[in-house]
Design a protein around this ligand. Structure first.
Ligand code: ZN
Length: 106
């Protein structure tokens, strides 16, 4: 599926928390209006994180194929805590994402 003509919007409500307490619980929303390409990558809120972040592209694509209206995704960051802890300590910052999908035709 490479055509998103019937998608009006994709809204993400993101909540982050960190088991180490390095990141204050934070909340943000993002809205996308995809046309040809859909790439949903979310930056890790931990500033020192190396190679982290969250890619929810495939999960959201699957939800679109199933005509879902709301999905909830959770994930843990698989990056490294900081440059001294590469290959030692994973970031594991936790993300909870509420995805609302809007379609132009119902
Ligand atoms: Zn991270």
């Amino acid at each position: 599926m490479n055509n998103y003509d019937n998608i009006d919007f994709i809204k993400l409500e993101l909540k982050f928390s960190d088991p180490d307490g390095m990141v204050k619980p934070s909340y943000k929303t993002k809205e996308y209006h995809p046309s040809k390409h859909l790439i949903l990558k979310i930056d890790c809120p931990r500033i020192s994180c190396i190679n982290g972040g969250f890619d929810i592209t495939s999960e959201v694509k699957e939800a679109l194929l199933n005509n879902e209206n709301v999905v909830n995704l959770t994930s843990s960051c698989q990056g490294w805590q900081d440059s001294r802890r590469i290959n030692k300590n994973r970031c594991l910052c936790h993300m909870s994402c509420n995805v609302t999908l809007g379609y132009t035709n119902t």
